[in-house]
Design a protein around this ligand. Structure first.
Ligand code: 3ON
Ligand code: FE
Length: 493
């Protein structure tokens, strides 16, 4: 009887672990081909290039990395031309990648637990972090940039994906200076007469932390830059903008550098979540006026946010939609990320925070309790009121599990649309691409890579954003898998 109920519990799971693990194998090859194995039809109006970044290697010549976030950045690109699609992938030739591939072994400490072989003695007092350029890729100002939040971006050739050099924006960034991996593009910046503007930031953590904000024009030049000091340590991965503000969530964490310095733990393993401390919300004016306070600090409940969806201003209020975890599990030195117990940690859930700038109060409301990550919206609505979001989600409504589905939420009606690749498919970050000339906010497509364990390969899936119930309108079968990635972007140029 007892066994039976256990069995049916297992059967209820939407995936098996071995399938999920298949997406965490390294891809060592670099490809360049026209995709000829396609189900359905690529819309001919879909023209442009989807760029993706993520760890391509989960081991160095057989030596396993401790955490996927330590994997070398690999860029994939899928170009859509007249209903056809071309694939190419290349590793970012970072200094660290070149050195390690040449040596055939791990030469650098990773931020999330990968250590040089040889125990603590081999790692003690080594504060060098390898810039792995693995988190995001954007095309801006005529440049293709591979980004990682703790160092400068790498510039690549947008056609061949060849690595060119580090990007310093005409000397506005200095060597080794951080440039986050989560830029926000405002379509219509009032300060710039309605021109688009890219806003990004950097975090220099310490006992007090410096947050620098960068605004870039369409030519890719840094036109505004201002730095702010924030008390305490910050681990900030993402932010949101509105026409007037940059907003950061300072998650309640502490950092103990001693085990890192002694070579016992990696930097990321020295971060401890503080469940009894509030989250600080930092509101920084983008265009500071004389006499205006530099930063406004508000507070909300303890929680951990990696990613925000969007933010917008309504009178004296700012509304922010974010994926919030009840806590941040510690990265443990002796663990294997492929064996992670999903049920033991809390899922990311979608919340709406409302900040009252006048009286300083913060409200919050759960929009969706389903485990989700990697939101995307119509690019014209960044920092503006918006109605629709699309996000990777677990197949099951409750619990913590790998992303296997795509969820669309209508924030006005709270209606949902759902498309699932379970049991053997695992999805990555979706990207919304508007149909050229469209006016309706959800007139366009949602593109996502799906790892298909049945064939150990990945598919690029295209959904009609206005109607998920049609299923995939096209499914492009790649000739190989792409390890689970992080972020990417679409450019119609
Ligand atoms: O010592 C400090 C602490 C620290 C951790 C300073 C620091 C800046 C060097 C630092 C570095 C942080 C870095 C390099 C963070 C990089 C993060 C990264 C590559 C990815 C984050 C991904 C987040 C999420 C939520 C991924 C979700 C993935 C899935 C749902 C599965 O596919
Ligand atoms: Fe991210």
């Amino acid at each position: 009887m007892h066994l039976k109920s256990q069995e049916s519990q297992v059967a209820e799971k939407s995936y098996i672990r071995a399938d999920w693990q298949g997406g965490y194998q390294s891809l060592t090859q670099e490809f360049d081909y026209w995709i000829d194995d396609i189900e359905g039809q690529i819309p001919t109006e879909l023209q442009g290039t989807l760029f993706r970044n993520g760890p391509g290697l989960l081991d160095i010549n057989g030596q396993p990395l401790h955490h996927p976030f330590d994997g070398d950045g690999m860029i994939s690109k899928i170009t859509f031309i007249n209903g056809r699609a071309h694939f190419r992938n290349r590793f970012v030739r970072t200094t660290g990648y070149l050195a390690e591939q040449k040596a055939g072994k791990i030469l650098h400490r990773g931020t999330f637990g990968t250590q040089k072989p040889g125990g603590w003695l081999a790692n003690i007092f080594d504060f060098n972090l390898k810039n792995i350029a693995n988190t995001n890729v954007i095309y801006w100002g005529g440049k293709l940039l591979a980004m990682w939040e703790a160092a400068e971006p790498y510039r690549l050739d947008p056609y061949t994906l060849e690595t060119l050099e580090n990007e310093y924006f005409n000397g506005a960034l200095s060597a080794g200076e951080a440039f986050a991996a989560h830029p926000r593009v405002e379509n219509n910046c009032y300060q710039d007469g309605g021109a688009p503007c890219l806003v990004n930031f950097s975090v220099k953590p310490g006992l007090s932390t410096t947050i620098t904000i960068f605004e870039l024009n369409l030519a890719g030049e840094i036109i505004r830059r201002h730095a702010h000091s924030v008390p305490g340590f910050c681990f900030i991965h993402d932010f949101v903008i509105t026409p007037n503000y940059c907003i950061f969530f300072q998650n309640p964490v502490t950092f103990n550098p001693i085990p890192f310095a002694l070579g016992i733990r990696a930097a990321g393993e020295c971060i401890k979540f503080q469940p009894n401390q509030p989250t600080q919300i930092l509101i920084i004016p983008r265009f500071p006026k004389e006499g205006q306070e530099e930063i406004k600090f508000l507070e909300t409940q303890s929680g951990f946010v990696f990613h925000h969806v969007n933010a917008f201003e309504v009178g004296e209020e700012v509304l922010i939609d974010s994926i919030c975890y009840q806590n941040l599990p510690e990265v443990e030195p002796e663990s294997d990320f492929r064996q992670i117990d999903f049920e033991a940690s809390s899922p990311g859930q979608l919340w709406r925070f409302s900040l009252n700038l006048k009286d300083g109060t913060v409200g919050r409301e759960l929009i969706d309790g389903r485990c989700c990550e990697f939101p995307t919206i119509h690019p014209a609505n960044v920092g503006r009121p918006y109605r629709y979001l699309y996000i990777g989600a677990a197949h099951a409504e409750t619990g913590n599990a790998p992303l296997q589905a795509l969820l669309k939420i209508d924030l006005e009606s709270l209606e949902r649309q759902f498309w699932s690749a379970a049991p053997r498919g695992f999805v990555g970050e979706p990207i919304f691409v508007p149909r050229p000339g469209s006016e309706k906010e959800d007139d366009g497509w949602v593109l996502a890579l799906v790892y298909d364990a049945t064939y150990h390969r990945s598919d690029l899936v295209i959904l009609d954003a206005s109607d998920f119930s049609k299923g995939a309108i096209a499914r492009l079968h790649l000739k190989h898998h792409i390890p689970y990635g992080l972020h990417g972007s679409f450019t119609s140029e």
